[in-house]
Design a protein around this ligand. Structure first.
Ligand code: NAD
Length: 376
């Protein structure tokens, strides 16, 4: 089996779908990995390291030629994939709902496409979960970016010239990214509080040594929420949440928002009027910027200043830690393929009735085969 790793083509992408470690592991399974020259450059992986791990380096054409699988971070334009074998696997973050036309073209090209971001949240699939691996790093980076924009220190410091009080950090949305943001802000010495709509997160916030700020008299979402995800809350809850935020936010220095609802625009959590109550020099990092933003006035990928508060529209923060995010993403891909590896055939074999396969396989046998896509 020949696995192709291309240099990512999406604007601003820095990650690579393989690292030398996964190249070696695929070789142990009997596969050959071909890497496009320069594919790892932006993730600090020189071609020589891929070569030393046993990969064959070449041009895009050489790498694609006769390949049985293409591993990627973002789904490439279908026209850029000529040369792969009929029935070749295409595995990566294929953004299925927004790239319907590309999926039709993948199917027409005979590609067997798998969208890693649709991995079900089951124990068996945890090591294949790109959303968790990338959100975790993004949560860390949001705090580091916020700290670098903030004109004051995070920890309390007692100096001969007087005492510096600790920064107050408020995390809104305590999923994978939010939990890591809390942990990182705590390590930097900030006073941390956090909120979510899912009641199970209260204990998680406390276990990290942060203070939970929760709507008490209106019911939010019981426990973990279905599949760990939030749904939209009632108008009554939203009103109570807005009041709670209003009273809390004016005392905060750094606010990190991560709230997402699958299939819906990001919930609006902070209004312009609430921003106006914050101290000049405060910083808001809106990690939901690409999904419409949790904060009024957010611009994805940009920094805007409103009422002397900096609002960072954080966009795909995992890209700003390319060496680590590539390593985790590449291992997620390896863990997925190796879990289905058939030793005799020397390639992965995907049972049609497997929960993971039905969830993430998009195209098969020349057609768009995924039920969720057909229903969308
Ligand atoms: P997410 O990115 O979909 O959302 C981020 C957070 O925003 C969630 O905690 C959500 O409850 C919260 N949120 C939504 N609306 C909100 C609102 N109006 N106000 C405040 N907060 C709001 O979530 P995620 O990071 O992908 O993960 C959510 C959960 O799933 C976590 O508990 C995580 O541990 C779990 N998870 C489990 C697995 C697995 O078992 N394989 C894998 C990944 C994640």
């Amino acid at each position: 089996m020949k696995i192709a790793i291309l240099k990512e083509m999406a604007a601003g992408e820095t990650r690579c779908a393989a690292i030398p470690e996964t190249v070696k592991k695929f070789a142990l399974l009997g596969a050959e990995v071909a890497v496009e020259r320069g594919a790892g450059e932006s993730a600090s992986i020189p071609d020589a390291e891929f070569e030393a791990a046993g990969a064959t380096l070449g041009s895009r054409e050489e790498v694609l030629g006769g390949s049985d699988a293409i591993l990627c971070i973002n789904g490439p334009e279908p026209a850029a994939l000529s040369g792969a074998k009929d029935g070749a696997l295409l595995v990566g973050a294929l953004d299925p709902l927004r790239r319907r036309e590309a999926l039709e073209d993948y199917a027409a090209k005979g590609l067997d496409a798998f969208a890693m971001e649709w991995m079900p949240r089951i124990t068996r699939a945890q090591s294949m979960d790109i959303l968790s691996s990338q959100s975790n790093l993004a949560g860390y980076k949001s705090v580091v970016d916020g700290a670098s924009r903030y004109g004051r220190a995070f920890p309390m410091m007692m100096t001969a010239a007087g005492t510096i009080s600790p920064a107050k950090v408020f995390v809104m949305g305590v999923g994978v990214a939010g939990l890591q943001a809390i942990a990182t802000a705590k390590r930097l010495g900030a006073q941390v509080s956090a909120t979510d709509v899912r009641s199970a997160t209260k204990e998680q916030i406390q276990s990290l040594g942060a203070k939970p700020i929760f709507v008490e008299n209106v019911a939010g979402i019981e426990g973990e929420g279905a599949g760990g995800y939030a749904t939209e809350t009632s108008a009554e809850y939203q009103k109570a949440q807005a009041e709670l935020v209003s009273s809390h936010i004016s005392k905060q220095d750094i606010v990190i928002t991560t709230a997402l609802i699958p299939g819906k625009p990001a919930p609006r959590l902070i209004s312009d009027a609430q921003i106006a109550t914050m101290r000049p020099g405060s910083v808001i990092i809106d990690m939901a910027a690409d999904a419409g933003g949790n904060v009024e006035g957010t611009v994805p990928g940009e920094e805007v200043v409103k009422h002397e508060v900096t609002i960072i529209g954080a966009s795909n923060l995992a890209r700003s830690l390319p060496a680590d995010s590539s390593a985790l993403f590449a291992r997620n891909l390896y863990n997925f393929l190796s879990a289905f590896w058939d030793k005799d055939q020397g390639r992965p074999v995907f049972p049609e009735d497997d929960e993971i396969v039905t969830a993430i396989r998009l195209t098969h046998g020349g057609k768009v085969s995924n039920e969720r896509l057909k229903a969308a």
